[in-house]
Design a protein. Sequence first.
Length: 240
Amino acid sequence: MKRSLTYIALAIIGTLASCKDEVQKPKVIYDAANKSNVVSKTDSTQIEIADLPIQMEGTSYLIHPVGDLRVFEKGTKSRYGSSSVNDVSFTISNLGEYEITGYLQNLKFQKIDSDSIRPLTDKPALILTATYLKSVADRTQNQIMVYTLADSDTNKDGKIDSGDIKTLYLSNISGENFTKISEDFQELIDWSLVESKSRLYFRTIEDTNQNGQFDKNDVLHYNYIDLGSKKWEVKSYKPI
């Protein structure tokens, strides 16, 4: 009986330990350095490659997705006794309707009648989505790209990845005027385009209790931008 109780106790301890491991990691680590943007160095061990260029319909620019070469380890052993066999993926992005997705380090832009290629940014970043607003271009002639990305090592694990705060940026189709429109240390929840008004609406959440996580006790912010205007001005509104 005593032995059974020991097993039960060990099982309970193991369960508690497992639950502890599943606790959500904080997206922000606060200290004096967080008064300004935290920028991580790029990993020099990664091999940078580019996908073939993409041209959005109706534009005169090529977009080159740039990212790290991805190596996937198989669990099967080879016939000669090595522990695993690696697969290499030379594709770093996916293309949907007017949207590029992936885990990209940069995008590079090239006018179709030029050999010159310029980067979107010269700072470390992880670009998750890049969306061309085709309907806005059709209505206003303003050719605009929208990006969701991480631009700072907010959780201070030494790298910029999906564990950091997600932010919202805009640029022209040329990659110029690359502009952050969400506030520092506010997590982007989502964004939506209202085509009839050429407005980009977006929501962010602010970690007002500074516990490093975004939860029900924090404050939501509601904003929009008039994309028909020459100047991108963020305006707040209060639906509740």
